[in-house]
Design a protein around this ligand. Sequence first.
Ligand SMILES: Cc1cc2nc3c(=O)[nH]c(=O)nc-3n(C[C@H](O)[C@H](O)[C@H](O)COP(=O)(O)OP(=O)(O)OC[C@H]3O[C@@H](n4cnc5c(N)ncnc54)[C@H](O)[C@@H]3O)c2cc1C
Length: 271
Amino acid sequence: MGDRSFLNWPFFEARHRELAENLDAWATENLRDINHAETDAACRDLVAALGRGGWLKHTGAPLDVRTLCLIRETLARHDGLADFAFAMQGLGMGPVTLFGTDKQRKWLEKTTNGEAISAFALSEPKSGSDVANIELSAVSDAKGWILDGEKTWISNGGIADVYTVFARTEDGPGAKGLSAFLIPADTAGLEVAERLETGAPHPLARLRFNGVRIPQDAMIGTSGQGFRIAMSVLDIFRSTVGAAALGFARRALDETLTPCPKPPLVRRPDE
Ligand SMILES: Cc1cc2nc3c(=O)[nH]c(=O)nc-3n(C[C@H](O)[C@H](O)[C@H](O)COP(=O)(O)OP(=O)(O)OC[C@H]3O[C@@H](n4cnc5c(N)ncnc54)[C@H](O)[C@@H]3O)c2cc1C
């Protein structure tokens, strides 16, 4: 890429500049042979590669927004699916990184070394940006919680090993009645109801929760804290979306300015 003067912007430190240069070199070497024909397999390979490369450790504590932005800008410039794979490890486990217990943080060891894939399940068919309208219910009994309802547009849905899920626990009205849970993908009653297709393919699904029973200690933070947890995570990752968009735009500019190879010379038979 031509202009890298942005790395001299005053809010970057030497460690950020070094990280961006190292990741650029790593991505040049490691992301050129990704086979995008099989999206799920490509995503799994990318998570494993990013884990081996040591990059996923930045998706756990401490979540440094400048580091996350530089990584997303760089990965997006090299390979959009690599950026997606990286971002979802951070977003999916963000609630645990910020609010989880030591037991829940055991999952972070796996997601930050590329052994497990995570997902962030907030949106529902009737609740997008209006998060306070979430309907998926979590009802408590002596043994724990029982979840019923649906989530949709869940990135990594279908390939995730673990989901952070936001549900209504009725601690109060609207946003005050939500709580967050950590749920392994193989929990009984949690089904992938539909895989969703997008223009730029990545794993995406509608999930169905049919009486999903989870223990008391699956709750992240405290009851009624779900909205705050979701917003705290989104606040960190929101600016990284802009950084990824910058990476895509820089790649598009580079491709546009790269001269096309000369057309082959056409020779007439009599020449
Ligand atoms: C590719 C893709 C991946 C996704 N991945 C995930 C994921 O991993 N996890 C997850 O939980 N969700 C995911 N989502 C869902 C995403 O977070 C929602 O699409 C988003 O929250 C917007 O919700 P919505 O689509 O229902 O739009 P709406 O909330 O219906 O909004 C539609 C439009 O109305 C505007 N609007 C909304 N409310 C108001 C208001 N009160 N006043 C004025 N304007 C308003 C919005 O700004 C927007 O322009 C994904 C979506 C996509 C497309």
